[in-house]
Design a protein around this ligand. Structure first.
Ligand code: GLN
Length: 292
């Protein structure tokens, strides 16, 4: 416990804790995390309501007792496995700060690849839909770059949609329309020029589902059948029905699923099918065009 005036941290008696001490204390406490350094900085910035650079410029500044107490509470939650994004209730994605709750997947930096690829194809007159929008990460990133484009964001989960709608308002984005829906099941017409999705794609029995941050994320946003491809199979088939001529489909997938996903695209009649790698060098997105 950090709070007693006469408490000791790693053998050093302290009366109060300054930023430098808090950082080294946090790093020690979070050894079970994959990223103790970054986690400590993000949690401390949230307590102090500051940017990371402030921690280094003002390392002598002392934390108030309330701040120390809050910081200690955050470290305990993190040590119990809680994702940092859930503790602070937000995650940065693209240029946006997004609210995150346990009703949504935590947006991953890898998904920014899908945003980049979509942006390269989007024209202002297009109608775009993001399926399984979660926090709204993809739809809102496209919307912030293309304020004239009509963007739909769908999710089956009402809890996720509420978060996504909050994020649209908080980021003052009014060109995104939200729909509660299961993929494109209810769509019978060729009404979209682009379909994008980061659907669940983990195999049901993948042991990774039992470790780390994903334990705290909704299973429905993560797992998708024995080979992880149940939802991608549906999306590819439904997108073929709902895309206009020359429309694009872009789907994120697991690092080992590129060939299977490309085969699904070509099997459904998509052309110009290509794979794209994320920042870690893993195949992460397949895109294809429906040229008639
Ligand atoms: N589209 C959201 C994201 O990429 C949610 C994805 C999901 O829930 N599988 O963060």
């Amino acid at each position: 416990m950090l709070l007693d005036n006469k408490d000791a941290i790693h053998g050093i008696e302290i009366e109060t804790l300054n930023i430098a001490n808090a950082l080294s204390y946090g790093r020690q406490e979070l050894q079970s995390s994959d990223s103790p350094d970054v986690d400590t900085q993000v949690l401390l910035c949230h307590v102090l309501d500051c940017q990371t650079v402030y921690l280094h410029s003002w390392s002598d500044q002392e934390l108030s007792m309330a701040q120390q107490q809050q910081f200690e509470g955050y470290l305990q939650l993190r040590n119990n496995g809680r994702p940092v994004a859930h503790i602070i209730g937000q995650r940065g994605f693209w240029s946006l700060d997004l609210k995150v709750t346990d009703a949504t997947l935590i947006p991953r930096p890898d998904t920014e690849l899908l945003v980049e690829l979509a942006l390269a194809k989007i024209q202002p007159t297009m109608t775009v839909v993001d399926l399984g929008t979660g926090t709204g990460a993809i739809a809102l990133s496209l919307a912030v770059e293309h304020t004239d484009t009509t963007i739909f964001a769908s999710d089956y989960s009402e809890g996720a949609l509420a978060v996504a709608q909050h994020n649209a308002r908080a980021n003052q984005l009014s060109n995104v329309h939200f729909i509660q829906a299961s993929w494109l099941t209810a769509c019978q017409d060729e009404c979209f020029d682009m379909v994008v999705s980061n659907p669940p794609y983990i195999e049901d029995d993948d042991p990774h589902l039992l470790a780390g941050d994903v334990r705290f994320e909704p299973l429905s946003a993560l797992a998708s059948g024995a080979d992880g491809l149940d939802d991608i199979r549906l999306i590819v088939e439904q997108a073929h029905r709902c895309l206009r001529a020359d429309g694009w489909l872009l789907v994120e997938h697991g690092y080992h699923q590129a060939k299977q996903v490309r085969d699904l695209f070509t099997g459904a009649g998509f052309n110009h099918v290509s794979s794209h790698q994320d920042f870690g060098g893993n195949d992460r997105v397949v895109m294809g065009q429906l040229t008639l």
